[in-house]
Design a protein around this ligand. Structure first.
Ligand SMILES: NC(=O)c1ccc[n+]([C@@H]2O[C@H](COP(=O)([O-])OP(=O)(O)OC[C@H]3O[C@@H](n4cnc5c(N)ncnc54)[C@H](OP(=O)(O)O)[C@@H]3O)[C@@H](O)[C@H]2O)c1
Length: 235
């Protein structure tokens, strides 16, 4: 499905990002992963850049290297994010700042630099990983939910700005997937939220691959600025 395609995935070292890397590789893509830590995968077709997506210089330099190594970029998945879930009255400013930096500025910088490479070929698929938090606005997630709403707004504006270059930009909003991020939250709280979903179960990686494949398909050239919420959540 992805033979001959080059993809960048942020947050590639763990959780959903790592699962998406595996899916893209298994389907023939060449994949470049970004995360602050070192690579957690050694595989044919995979290379890794240890960088902070909020660091403009590092992001720029990584995309220059992607351009040199592969000469193109077809698919970009913004999966890197951080979460501190805590009542607003006791939310440390540093935690709020880290979420804004990674989940909003990081998505912007990576999309901007990725789009410069995509523009060369007049083709690209940017998929921003969103969250049901943007729709449900859970207690404790004031900043996290706001960053995921901001990422949807970014999706909408970038979709307009990049449409003329053959680049689509969409949001794949995840409900709940078993990862380190989810395990930070009290289990009873997660179970309550999941039980309240129209489709009352956790997401599986395959649920997410299915929507990624749709957004990333060349056939989806008329699909941009859209958000798909897994599990039946809606805004
Ligand atoms: N899991 C869920 O239930 C759930 C639900 C809704 C939405 N989501 C969304 O799904 C995406 C993936 O989440 P996850 O659950 O897989 O999280 P995770 O297990 O915590 O993994 C986060 C990944 O992002 C990387 N990362 C964090 N900050 C970074 C930074 N500043 N620069 C570069 N890489 C950074 C981490 O690697 P390093 O630590 O090495 O940097 C790691 O690879 C996120 O966008 C999240 O908001 C998840």
């Amino acid at each position: 499905m992805y033979a001959g395609r080059v993809a960048v995935v942020t947050g590639a070292s763990r959780g959903l990002g790592a699962a998406l890397v595996g899916h893209l590789l298994a389907n023939g893509a060449t994949v470049v992963g970004f995360s602050r830590g070192d690579a957690t995968l050694e595989a044919a077709g995979y290379s890794h850049h240890a960088l902070d997506v909020g660091d403009e210089r590092a992001v720029r330099s990584a995309f220059v290297q992607v351009g040199r190594a592969h000469g193109r970029l077809d698919i970009l998945v913004n999966a890197a994010a951080v979460l501190t879930s805590i009542h607003a009255l006791v939310m440390p400013a540093e935690s709020a700042e880290a979420m804004l930096r990674t989940n909003v500025l990081g998505v912007f910088l990576v999309s901007r630099e990725g789009a410069k490479l995509m523009r060369r070929a007049g083709y690209g698929r940017i998929v921003n990983i969103g969250s049901m938090a943007a729709a449900l606005e859970p207690v404790g997630d004031s900043i996290y939910a706001a960053t995921k709403a901001a990422s949807m707004t970014l999706t909408g504006v970038l979709a307009k700005e990049l449409a003329g270059y053959g680049i689509t930009v969409n949001t794949l909003a995840v409900s709940a997937l078993e990862t380190d991020m989810l395990r930070q939250l009290p289990r009873d709280q997660v179970d309550r939220v999941v039980a309240g979903l129209p489709l009352a179960r956790m997401a599986t990686p395959e649920d997410i691959f299915n929507v990624l494949d749709f957004f990333a398909s060349p056939a989806s050239s008329y699909v941009t600025a859209q958000s798909i919420f897994l599990g039946g959540v809606h805004t």
